[in-house]
Design a protein around this ligand. Structure first.
Ligand code: FAD
Ligand code: NAD
Length: 156
């Protein structure tokens, strides 16, 4: 099977969009990821899948912690930035919570310590044990990704 067929099929699964953030040697690193899932309630675990070629991969391995920032509809530019799709250098203002750099204005920020990891093909699954959660009080719309394009929730 060719890669395009696989990606087109996976693209039929509509997802939200997250930016995974962590701090390493005084620098904040972020990466856009839609391969994110809730895993377990007791203990509270989530998982993100990070490609072996992504610079983020060895960084999360070393820091042993990460935050998952669930993007709001208005944050498409941040998704593009942290996917390396914006050519400009952009200064991002991170908020700091318990040693984690997080994106303010995300729908939710999920702070984790790496619980375990598992190499699966050309990605590593990082399971995170959730230590803190921040959430916006007011309801916001999510940024969605479907068929390789950004989308919005339809208004009823
Ligand atoms: P780098 O190229 O090092 O960084 C990515 C970009 O973020 C660069 O442009 C960099 O300038 C910017 N950046 C990083 N830190 C900062 C900072 N502190 N301030 C300002 N800018 C900064 N890949 C996966 O492995 N798993 C996924 O689940 C996944 N899902 C994706 C979903 C979508 C919708 C998209 C568009 C891409 C997805 N990708 C995923 C691809 C991934 O986001 C890119 O391949 C990414 O560029 C690889 O990250 P890197 O760590 O090598 O990034
Ligand atoms: P696309 O058509 O490549 O993505 C559609 C779907 O395919 C994604 O939602 C994902 O489920 C899957 N997919 C894409 N690349 C993958 C990979 N390398 N490994 C595993 N699954 C993958 O959409 P696009 O707009 O062309 O994507 C932009 C860029 O972001 C591409 O370079 C793509 O590879 C990357 N991306 C990577 C992942 C991932 O690594 N899990 C997920 C989404 C996008």
């Amino acid at each position: 099977m060719d890669d395009r067929t696989f990606r087109n099929a996976m693209g039929k699964f509509a997802t939200g969009v997250t930016v995974v953030t962590t701090e390493f040697q005084g620098e904040v690193k972020g990466m856009t990821a839609n391969a994110f899932m809730s895993v377990s309630l007791n203990p509270k675990l989530v998982v993100v899948s990070i490609g072996e070629k992504a610079r983020m991969n060895p960084i999360v391995k070393q820091t042993g912690k990460f935050a998952v920032n669930i993007l709001a509809r208005e944050q498409e530019d941040l998704s593009r930035l942290f996917a390396g799709q914006l050519k400009e250098d952009r200064k991002v203002d991170f908020q700091w919570v318990n040693g984690h750099p997080i994106l303010p204005d995300a729908l939710a920020n999920i702070l984790c310590n790496v619980h375990s990891s598992y190499v699966a093909g050309d990605h590593t699954l990082y399971f995170g044990e959730v230590t803190d959660i921040l959430m916006k009080d007011e309801a916001g719309d999510p940024l969605l990704f479907f068929e390789g394009k950004y989308r919005s929730v339809a208004k009823e």
